[in-house]
Design a protein around this ligand. Structure first.
Ligand code: CA
Length: 229
């Protein structure tokens, strides 16, 4: 199922777009603020973006430019004014299509389908998508072994990456340090399990906003750690 993000501050329009897209079996999320929408488009996995031009927080021009420098995904720009569409074209921001309000929802759905089909042809049906885990502001590309924290790529050592990925893939499960040590270091737990503590500390410094109040990896006192999904 294809996932679509709508960045649109007029809630009635956003809801109408969503309803029609859901009828065609698309999974749809809505953001009404420009900056939040951009963050979401960059950190989560969407197949297509429907982007309104005039938005609070950050306008559609800027969002389109930012996304184009980071991601290859179809962008459909929506505007209330025909003049703006000419302006967008002139700027060469790389939007894939433009649609003027008011538009018929079925026209929008048809265009969404056409662009998704075109991107699929470009990427090639044989191409395999990377295996990506996304949890709130954290994105782990297992295939490329890359990690982004709130949209910013962050470096992890091999073991830090393995430990973080293992925990993120098994959320809400409490693991003892011994279990994590066996799992990641692939040894009987006769080694130094303090290694686990050290690695958790390093990971937290990279992913947590405040390491003393972790939002991702919780310490379960006397037991071990749990990744909060
Ligand atoms: Ca608007």
């Amino acid at each position: 199922m294809s996932k679509i993000l709508i960045i649109e501050d007029e809630e009635a329009i956003a809801a109408l777009e969503r309803d029609y897209l859901e009828l065609s079996d698309f999974e749809v999320d809505i953001e009404t603020d420009g900056a939040k929408g951009l963050n979401r488009a960059l950190t989560e996995d969407y197949d297509l973006l429907i982007l309104d031009l005039m938005l609070p927080g950050m306008d559609g021009f800027e969002i389109c430019r930012e996304i184009r420098s980071e991601k290859d995904m179809p962008i459909l720009m929506v505007s209330a004014k025909e003049d703006d569409i000419d302006k967008i074209r002139g700027l060469g921001l790389g939007a894939d299509d433009y649609i003027t309000k008011p538009f018929s929802p079925s026209e929008l759905v048809a265009r969404v389908k056409a662009h998704l089909a075109r991107y699929e042809r470009l990427i090639g049906t044989g191409a395999r998508k990377n295996d990506v885990i996304t949890i709130r502001g954290l994105k782990i590309d297992k295939t490329a072994r890359r990690v982004w924290v709130n949209g910013k790529e962050t470096q992890f050592t091999t073991k830090e990456f393995d430990l973080l990925t293992f925990l993120a893939e098994n959320p809400n499960h409490v693991y003892k340090k011994e279990e994590l040590f066996r799992e990641i270091w692939n040894m009987e737990s006769i080694g130094d399990i303090a290694t686990v503590t050290v690695h958790i500390k390093k990971i937290r410094e990279k992913i947590e906003f405040d390491s003393s109040k972790p939002q991702y990896i919780e310490t379960i006192w006397g037991v071990g750690y749990r990744f909060k999904a």
